[in-house]
Design a protein around this ligand. Sequence first.
Ligand SMILES: [Zn+2]
Length: 170
Amino acid sequence: MICDGCGKDFDLTTKQRNGTLFGVPIYCQAECAVGATQRMQWEVDPITYPETDLAEPHDAWDFLTKTFYRSKYEVAVARVFYCLGIPFVYEKLALAYKNNRTYTPDFYSAGVFVEVKGLWAGSGKSKFKYSYEAGVPLVLFPGYLQPSFERLAKEIMRKEGYNEVHGGPE
Ligand SMILES: [Zn+2]
């Protein structure tokens, strides 16, 4: 596989490849995925999307961004954005989907949506593709990048002086 961020050749197992989507850019590591998101942010003209209220309880609490997320993977992504000063909202904005339904990608940041996908379930793939093919600025962080995001979050938090136990700068 060729990284759409840095152009490097990298390997994915068949299982990891199942988490990707044909025709959607892939990245060798978290840094490349974040870099691609930022490049897209410079290119898009942000438009206004309707707010949604999912009101669904999540149980992965993050002390740093003071939000509940669905998964540890999402926590890692939120921490990376936060520490890099990339503004974001979580599960706030809805995209139109078929039959008057909506699709709420995980993150929205400066004109760009980010879908963080550990495992595809239900109509997830179909919703992503629908918006992606309609030209919505939408980046996919597939499941295989989770360890990379967790590693990057740890590195940046250490650098910034955030302590996992005490929850603040030391
Ligand atoms: Zn790369």
